[in-house]
Design a protein around this ligand. Structure first.
Ligand code: PMP
Length: 404
């Protein structure tokens, strides 16, 4: 059981007011809040050890390099990667997906197929479309049903010897659906296809075990797991990362450079060109430590109670419809109120201190399936409470009265 008051005290922003009201932060799917320990670690890095990594012989450079590599090892351990060099620091999920999609350009030929799910974030659609433009490969879409669940029978029909890579999110940002990724990974492998899991929405709620999953790539962003913005991880199996060409060229990613020929550095450096977000990478390790100290069992218990309570309370509102009613769901509720534009509700409840996301959530194809312009999305974190849900429900009711 979480001591919720103690947990909330870890997050200074939770005690601020917005528009004169106590902040109720339900936009955790976009980015979640940072505990003091993470905020302090950023300042501490710049106060104590700021230096460039993997270069200098001097003490500070060594300290920074050691801290960066310790963080890589923490993340390796957290996701249970076999080797530390399978953990590549990136600027976020978008960077990770683009690095893989770009690498596949050298492996695909005309007529090869890429399977993408119907409920992807734009950052897990557009890079693959760009890849198709380059290679004349074909993008095929795994459909979903009205509950927001991917249709596995259709997935199985789409898989063939032509399938070279499947890409799917672990948890949908628009609907909260937890996808059956273990099943999808095993099926993709039956056809010799690689599979990338977009874990952007998952890592705040669970601890992925990449060896047990047996996925080829798993990507995520630090800012969605109590870490700094501009950080992320591309996990790739060693064989795949060796097979793919580097995404960017520059310093740090080479063995030797001449004007005739350049050879690339070994993993992970081959994929880490240029000076990275050093403080961010180090502090991502602090965020991972923090989440583990809270405990993912506790996180899941608190969030599933919030999901159940929030669903029940919101459904008391007349004309309210929830989009995404999958059996396996994370603490995300996407909803609309009949006859009212989601933006109008969002703008009014903001005045009451309540932060939700409104719009298409960078998943326009999902909105198109439901024939809606967007939804109001309340996404809960372990530091949220039922009392905050009550405040949101009252605020939504007030907005509804004003707008109808
Ligand atoms: N995929 C999913 C499922 C997401 O929710 C997000 C962020 N909303 C992304 C990818 C992109 O993440 P980032 O903007 O941190 O690169």
């Amino acid at each position: 059981m979480l001591d919720i008051n103690k947990i909330r005290a870890d997050f200074p922003i939770l005690s601020r007011t917005v528009n004169g009201k106590p902040l109720v932060y339900f936009d955790n799917g976009a980015t979640n809040q940072k505990p003091q320990i993470v905020i302090d670690a950023i300042a501490e890095y710049y106060q104590e050890i700021n230096a460039n990594i993997h270069r200098g012989v001097h003490t500070l450079s060594q300290l920074a390099t050691d801290a960066y590599e310790v963080s890589r090892a923490k993340i390796q351990n957290h996701i249970n990667a076999k080797f530390a060099h399978e953990v590549i620091f990136t600027s976020g999920t978008t960077h990770g997906i683009n690095a893989v999609a770009n690498g596949f350009a050298s492996l695909l030929k005309q007529g090869d197929e890429i399977l993408v799910s119907a409920m992807e974030h734009h950052s897990n659609i557009v890079p693959w479309q760009m890849l198709c433009e380059k290679t004349e490969a074909i993008l095929r879409v795994i459909p979903m049903d009205e509950n927001g669940e991917l249709i596995m029978a259709e997935y199985n029909k789409l898989l063939s010897d032509k399938t070279k890579i499947v890409t799917v999110n672990h948890i949908s940002n628009a609907l909260g659906t937890v996808n059956p990724i273990k099943y999808m990974i095993d099926k993709a492998h039956e056809f010799g296809a690689a599979i990338l899991i977009d874990g952007a929405q998952a890592v705040a709620h669970l601890k992925p075990d990449v060896q047990e999953l047996d996925c080829d790539f798993y990507v995520f962003s630090g800012h969605k797991m109590c870490g700094p913005t501009g950080t992320g991880i591309l996990y790739g199996k060693e064989d795949w990362l060796n097979k793919l060409p580097p995404y960017q060229g520059g310093g740090e990613m080479i063995k030797e450079v001449t004007f005739e020929k350049t050879t690339y550095a070994d993993l992970p450096h081959k994929f880490e060109a240029g000076t990275p977000n050093i403080s961010g990478g180090i502090v991502l390790g602090t965020a991972v430590d923090y989440l583990n100290s809270v405990g993912f069992d506790n996180i899941q218990q608190q969030e599933s109670e919030l999901l159940e309570y929030g669903t029940k309370r919101l459904l008391e509102i007349e004309g309210l419809k929830i989009f995404g009613t999958a059996k396996e769901k994370a603490s995300v509720i996407s909803f609309n109120i009949q006859g009212i534009h989601p933006y109008d509700i969002g703008a009014i409840i903001d005045k009451l201190g309540i932060a939700v996301r409104t719009g298409h959530h960078c998943a326009q194809p999902v909105m198109n399936i439901f024939c809606i312009p967007g939804t109001i999305r309340a996404s809960f974190s372990f530091y949220n409470t039922k009392e905050e849900i009550d405040l949101m429900v009252e605020a939504v009711k007030k907005a509804q009265l004003m707008l109808s």
